[in-house]
Write a protein that binds this ligand. Structure first.
Ligand code: GDP
Ligand code: MG
Length: 432
């Protein structure tokens, strides 16, 4: 089961519940906990979040006209946005940005990425190497900066970052955005604390950003707390967000430092950086991707396939309507989670993977059926008929059986929809 699936099912369950009682909410928060934990959100924070969501969900009834599902999803969403901050929009104005973080968190790469981000938008940008610890830190930043056409400043071999900063004033005069890369450690120690304090004082940062790798495991919270108490943090950047569905580290860090996530790194290339979009991030964390654009696409797919809401609740699905339905399912292939989001359980994968070839085959098979067979599937519980249809359509008996098995699966799915009034209502909106 993927990360979002359990949660989607829990949300589906919620939408079927007529009242929100303690038991329903408990079940839901349990799924939410699992989801957050597997995304590497810190254990203590997971419990804090779920306790607050539980309390809030039970505190008052959903306002009339709002489903339990929408009500609770909204509470969860607001809670997580509260922790991570809303979508970040970088201001195009002069600023000095100090980057901090442990070894390998992605500071040096991020320094150049951010500089390039601003430079591409018309600001002049420069990076300064104040990592005086790691051998070759100077060369790494110099090379990356040259690749991105960003001005670089550093003093090779200099062990005092304050001297580097003092010397950088004159040559970098007039630069709009100046970014300072600093030393890392395996863990924050007194030595680095003293160094960062001195750097922050001399540099005069407008933004002090902690860079946290997505694969940091369960420690980003304590990391962020330590950095924050040493040098007050004003924001976070999560790197390596391309590699996994994890990213809970960014939530934990942001929460611990009471700071917001500003950018995320989505790959090793210099262009792989995005301002943090909380809606998108939390959506994918919860397994509910961009809802509004998805729903748009569904409306389109449904319209194209000419499915009517009546068809979705048809008393008897028969082979005549089956083909249209199947074709519609094919259109929804990339949107396979949509039923889950709308509160029904997920549609079986095979139903959505309708290749053009298979659809065509099904079409000829259906055209080889008699009128009465098309209307009544039970007539096909007869090997002779199956054989006749296979020969008549130039397919195999196996193909005919496959069609029948898909037909039965769809019938079962439709029965579920039929019995779920809430789903039907939501679906009807698309068919309109
Ligand atoms: P520093 O020690 O904190 O300065 O970290 P570096 O900037 O040297 O980065 C460490 C490694 O992580 C390098 O191999 C980078 O290419 C890689 N890295 C940095 N940011 C990202 C990212 O957003 N995605 C991926 N996949 N790799 C990244
Ligand atoms: Mg570095």
């Amino acid at each position: 089961m993927d990360l979002g699936e359990g949660l989607r099912q829990a949300i589906a369950k919620l939408s079927r519940a007529t009242i929100i009682d303690a038991k329903t909410v408990k079940e839901f928060t349990k799924e939410l906990q699992k989801s957050l934990l597997s995304a590497d959100v810190e254990v203590s924070l997971v419990f804090q979040i779920s306790k607050e969501i539980e309390a809030e969900s039970l505190k008052s009834r959903p306002p009339s006209g709002i489903t339990s599902k929408d009500y609770i999803t909204d509470i969860v969403y607001k809670k997580l946005v509260g922790l991570m901050g809303s979508t970040y929009t970088p201001e195009m104005k002069s600023k000095r940005v100090l980057l901090m973080g442990l070894y390998g968190s992605g500071k040096t790469t991020t320094a150049v990425k951010i500089a390039k981000y601003y430079q591409d938008r018309g600001m002049s940008a420069a990076v300064i190497c104040c990592d005086v610890t790691r051998p070759a830190a100077y060369e790494q930043l110099e090379t990356l900066a040259a690749q991105a056409n960003i001005t670089f400043f550093g003093i090779k071999g200099e062990k005092d970052p304050v001297k580097v900063l003092k010397a950088s004033r004159q040559p970098l005069k007039g630069k709009n955005v100046v970014i300072c890369d600093t030393s890392g450690r395996n863990a924050l120690d007194d030595n680095l604390i003293a160094e960062l304090k001195a750097v922050a004082r001399e540099f005069g940062a407008d933004e002090k950003i902690l860079v946290v790798g997505a694969d940091t495991g369960q420690t980003p919270g304590s990391q962020a707390r330590e950095f924050d108490s040493a040098v007050k943090i004003s924001g976070g950047v999560g790197t390596g967000m391309d590699g996994s569905v994890k990213g809970g580290g960014a939530i934990s860090a942001a929460n611990a430092a009471k700071a917001h996530v500003m950018f995320i790194g989505t790959g090793e290339k210099i262009g792989n950086i995005e301002p943090f979009d909380s809606e998108k991030f939390i959506g994918s964390l919860l397994g509910i991707p961009d809802m509004s654009s998805l729903l748009d696409k569904v409306s389109k797919a449904v319209a194209e396939a000419k499915i009517k809401p009546e068809d979705m609740q048809t008393e008897e699905l028969n082979f005549e309507t089956f083909y249209t339905q199947l074709k519609a399912m094919g259109h929804m292939g990339p949107l396979k989670n949509v039923f889950g989001m709308m509160g029904a359980s997920d549609v079986p994968k095979e139903m959505l993977d309708q290749g053009e070839d298979r659809l065509n085959k099904f079409k000829v098979i259906i055209s080889s059926m008699t009128q009465s067979e098309r209307k009544d599937e039970r007539l096909l519980h007869n090997p002779d008929r199956i054989k006749r249809i296979a020969v008549g359509s130039g397919t195999s008996e196996h193909d005919v059986h496959m069609l029948i098995s898909q037909f039965n699966k769809m019938k079962k799915m439709f029965n579920t929809f039929k019995n779920d009034r809430g789903f039907r209502k939501r679906f009807a909106k698309f068919g309109a």
